[in-house]
Design a protein around this ligand. Structure first.
Ligand code: THU
Length: 132
């Protein structure tokens, strides 16, 4: 379990980076803050494209930034949208590459919910299946 202070920090950072979202097509701004076991927090926001399929979610931007910094172990990710938002299916699968983590969802009105990734993506496809 992450501490109350870590949670507070993740919520603050996800709300803050959300402001940088580039989402002119959906107008749905999402911010994500990912806490690595190292204690560092990696942020990401969604950015869209005129070719709609080329856009990317906030969660995968944050994870990509963490991976690029050499991180491989994570504790929690917080996601903040125009409304309460849970990671989409692709983001759930992407996050499931690593150990199970806490998922915190929040909005600008102070609402919060918390899940384990494994509870919102049961039976994920995992690397062990590649060798089965
Ligand atoms: N989006 C995210 O960034 N994360 C999610 O978990 C759900 C959806 C983005 C993608 C797109 O830019 C916008 O929200 C509307 O779908």
């Amino acid at each position: 379990m992450i501490t109350a202070n870590q949670k507070k920090e993740l919520i603050k950072k996800s709300k803050s980076v959300r402001k940088n979202s580039y989402s002119p097509y959906s107008n749905y701004k999402v911010g994500a803050a990912l806490l690595a076991k190292s204690g560092k927090i990696y942020i990401g926001t969604n950015f869209e494209n005129a070719a709609f399929g080329a856009g990317i979610c906030a969660e995968r931007v944050a994870l990509g930034s963490a991976i690029s910094a050499g991180e491989r172990e994570f504790l929690a990710i917080c996601v903040c949208g125009n409304s309460m938002v849970l990671p989409c299916g692709i983001c759930r699968q992407t996050l499931s590459e690593f150990d199970d983590i806490e998922i915190i969802c929040c909005d600008e009105n102070g609402n919060e919910k918390q899940y384990m990734l494994s509870s919102i993506l049961p039976h994920a496809f995992q690397k062990k299946q590649l060798n089965a």
